[in-house]
Design a protein. Structure first.
Ligand code: HEC
Ligand code: HEC
Length: 505
């Protein structure tokens, strides 16, 4: 296992600053981002400029306070534009319950960062920013889902890890298919980045050409298509892009062209509320935001002071975190073989074949030939820290090991687990089990309280003690510890923080 946050990897020291002056998009905050303009830059071999302009445009979009003439909000009914709770009862002509795509909640807000705000922009959110959802339009508050706002930093890390895991799983499935074709049947254990996802059993049902039937009943923590979905508390979205267009619709009432085409699905009199280029820009922005850090790492590079006793407590807590089995789900680190983020993705299952509106991404210029890519180890623009020694430390970029390989300290196995009845949602609209949740990343967890999917835990200790189901054994081991050891685990979790050099000044 690689050591996380060990600020020694030379590959993250930069000699040049990556910013170039921005033009066009950056100066026009309200102008929609034109995907074809970004494509032109890529074609003219200015992919780095395309990336930086998209990042800058995404920054503007995520903090922009949209107004009615941009189409923010929706025609809720009763003359309202926003609602904090679902209104299945408002089902009159063009009202809340008739919008397409079917509303899950909202519209709630006029900017992304009005919820993603703690401890600073793009972070998590307090309980006042919780979202209430009624995807099945039950109109029954006892069935509503409550969701706490998560952080948006460095989302290239979960997406790239999930992409690489899925590729491993696809290959295992293909090997098993060939074996089943040769021998009649085959069973394969699915393991990706050392995480076990159960098994598949394949049976040949016809020869020449060979066809197999696949029994997916023994899969664990993953969907039958073997796409690892690293986003959302339930682990139900594969990509930043798909989450973003749903969030824009449900939370802001901004309906992207790729979601509804030229229709006015929320009856607010505005169409084309977000362009394909806008969604690309938001995607690249969140992908390339600075990664969460640890206080130990900040102390090592001289940004903060940390007493030796605190360092010792954190190290002891990290050790206990591993020995009581927290790390069996919250995997501390994983290697990223190819730390190149690509929008659109080049991995099957992570790029839209068709947009939700039925149009092809190609028709809008979103093609892999002109994909905007960035190197996660070098290109994230933020958190380039000037050291006391005069050197530059690229704290915002993906960590690397001694060989320059990307190391992600995300503290998740990207698998869904049954957390027991006490943590259950009141209803199960996705049909994956009401008490089943994705192992939540602990990267930055010291800065993202309150915790758990509905924000019920006001302290880290409460969050740990609320674990049940598959996590019951390690939760009980934590509960049985001495107070001093339990406090060490919490000190370790508190050392994992969000940090923005811009906010620190
Ligand atoms: C009303 C509050 C609110 C607003 C406004 C909001 N979000 Fe969120 N966001 C949430 C909540 C709550 C979650 C967790 C949802 C879940 O998992 O079901 C979330 C999760 C996300 C995630 C998934 C992160 C992860 O690691 O799983 C992304 C991406 C995201 N939001 C992007 C956006 C963007 C982009 C906007 C603006 C277009 C936006 N959000 C506006 C509340 C909000
Ligand atoms: C069986 C897998 C599993 C094990 C073992 C496990 N966790 Fe978790 N953990 C999860 C899942 C799933 C969630 C999200 C649950 C939810 O939101 O309802 C979570 C959430 C958390 C959170 C809240 C994160 C947030 O952003 O709100 C903390 C803190 C946490 N775990 C710490 C621990 C510690 C410490 C241990 C060991 C004592 C541990 N976990 C053991 C699966 C696990």
């Amino acid at each position: 296992m690689n050591k996380c946050y060990s600020s020694i990897a030379p590959a993250t020291f930069l000699t040049t600053v990556l910013f170039t002056p921005l033009t066009a998009i950056a100066e026009e905050p309200l102008q929609q981002v034109d995907q074809n303009y970004l494509n032109e830059l890529v074609i003219r071999d200015q992919g780095d400029t395309a990336f930086l302009q998209a990042f800058e445009a995404g920054d503007k979009l995520s903090e922009f306070d949209f107004t009615a003439n941009h189409g923010v909000g929706a025609n809720i009914g009763e003359g309202r534009r926003f609602t904090r709770f679902p209104r299945a009862d408002l089902d009159g002509d063009q009202e809340w319950a008739t919008h397409f795509p079917k509303r899950e909640g909202g519209a709630n807000a006029t900017s992304c960062i009005s919820c993603h705000s703690a401890p600073f922009a793009n972070g998590a959110g307090g309980v006042a920013m919780n979202v209430v959802l009624d995807p099945d339009h039950t109109g029954d508050p006892s069935q509503y889902l409550e969701r706490n706002t998560t952080s948006l930093f460095a989302l290239s890390i979960p997406q790239r890890l999930a992409e690489e895991m899925s590729v491993e799983l696809y290959l295992l499935r293909e090997d098993a298919r060939q074996l089943a074709c040769a021998k009649g049947s085959a069973t394969v254990a699915l393991v990706a980045k050392e995480v076990a996802f159960g098994s598949l059993s394949l049976t040949r049902i016809s020869e020449d050409p060979c066809e197999v039937s696949i029994d997916t009943s023994q899969l664990a923590g993953i969907d039958a298509d073997l796409v690892v979905r690293p986003f959302g508390w339930k682990g139900n979205h594969a990509t930043i892009r798909s989450f973003t267009r749903d969030a824009a619709h449900n939370e802001l009432g901004l309906q992207a062209t790729e979601l509804v085409g030229a229709q006015d699905g929320d009856y607010d009199g505005v169409i084309h509320e977000l362009s394909v280029g806008d969604v690309t820009a938001l995607t690249l922005y969140m992908a390339a935001l600075e990664r969460p850090v640890s206080t130990v790492e900040l102390a090592d590079i001289g940004v903060i002071d940390l007493a030796e006793v605190q360092k010792a407590d954190i190290a002891a807590g990290e050790h206990l975190f591993n020995t009581v089995g927290c790390s069996s789900c919250h995997t501390p680190s994983m290697t990223i073989a190819d730390p190149t983020f690509s929008a659109p993705s080049r991995v099957a299952g992570y790029a839209d074949i068709l947009f939700p509106d039925g149009s092809s991404p190609e028709a809008h210029g979103l093609v892999s030939d002109t994909a905007i890519t960035f190197d996660m180890r070098l290109d994230p623009p933020n958190n380039q820290i000037l050291l006391g020694s005069g050197g530059m430390y690229h704290l915002g970029a993906l960590e690397t090991d001694a060989k320059g390989k990307g190391i992600a300290c995300w503290y998740s196995d990207f698998k869904r687990h049954d957390m027991g009845p006490a943590l259950s949602d009141p209803s199960d609209p996705l049909g994956m089990g009401a008490s089943v949740f994705l192992t939540r990343s602990l990267a930055g967890v010291g800065s993202t309280g309150p915790w758990l999917h509905d924000g019920r835990a006001t302290t880290l200790e409460e969050a740990i003690l609320a674990h049940g189901g598959e996590a019951a054994v390690s939760r009980n081991a934590y509960a049985a510890m001495s107070d001093a050891d339990a406090a060490r685990i919490v000190s370790f979790l508190e050392s994992l923080i969000l940090f923005s050099a811009d906010e620190a000044h």
